[in-house]
Write a protein that binds this ligand. Structure first.
Ligand SMILES: Cc1cc2nc3c(=O)[nH]c(=O)nc-3n(C[C@H](O)[C@H](O)[C@H](O)COP(=O)(O)O)c2cc1C
Length: 203
């Protein structure tokens, strides 16, 4: 499958074969792909919580509007991110680069994030969105279906997965063998509304 085909065929699928198993090797491939997603300054905010415990899956489903795909998909990954990643020994994000480059980038990271709480927060969501989409495209390439989800109680999910302080839950991504094809695409807005040239029209 080429990249454009994976993008076009990825759909939000909600009915899964609960007996299908995704092997550890397949999961590793998908997660490795997700880890290739870009992040500002290579900070790699994302933390991927792979939920393997069936009892925990049931508890998560209970706080996610009882959506069946939380338990029935082969894999549930809670995509989280560390809001403080920027201040955790940032030179390591350039490990392997010359020492002076590591030092310079650590200083730039500090200057960019220090005191800018909204940027610290927004970056977690940018990184998580890119990682989640990369994960789903890898799954599509491997013949699997997926669904991004945020229909859940964030605080309850955080409690259930022991979310550390200053971390955020971005979304669930479920992956598995879909049992029903996607419904026809509906409601796509016209290009003229969503693609602009140069700037928004003045009010
Ligand atoms: C951030 C986010 C949260 C979503 N939450 C849910 C959800 O809780 N349950 C669900 O079934 N679908 C969820 N979806 C899937 C969307 O409904 C779906 O992507 C959208 O309707 C477009 O359909 P498509 O992905 O098949 O093109 C979510 C999608 C995104 C991006």
């Amino acid at each position: 499958m080429d990249t454009l085909e994976a993008i076009r065929t990825r759909r939000a699928i909600r009915t899964y074969d609960p007996d299908h198993t995704i092997s550890d090797a397949e999961l590793r491939t998908m997660l490795s792909a997700a880890r290739m997603a870009p992040s500002a300054f290579n900070i790699q905010h994302c933390r991927f919580v792979v939920v393997r415990d069936p009892a925990l899956r049931r508890e998560l489903r209970a706080v996610a509007w009882d959506q069946a795909h939380v338990t029935d998909a082969s894999v549930l990954i809670v995509v989280c991110a560390d809001r403080d990643a920027w201040k955790k020994n940032p030179a390591r994000y350039f490990n392997g680069a010359p020492q002076d480059v590591q030092q310079m980038m650590a200083e730039k990271i500090q200057a960019y994030y220090e005191g800018r709480e909204w940027v610290q927060q927004d970056e977690t969501m940018r990184s998580s969105g890119l990682a989640a989409q990369t994960l789903m495209l890898a799954a599509a390439d491997m013949g699997y279906q997926s669904c991004p989800m945020d229909g859940f109680d964030y605080e309850a999910v955080g409690r259930l997965i022991n979310l550390p302080p200053n971390h955020v839950v971005a979304m669930f991504v479920v992956i598995g063998k879909g049992l029903a094809p996607a419904l026809p695409r509906v409601g796509k807005l016209p290009d003229s509304e969503v693609i602009l040239t140069d700037r928004f029209p003045s009010a």
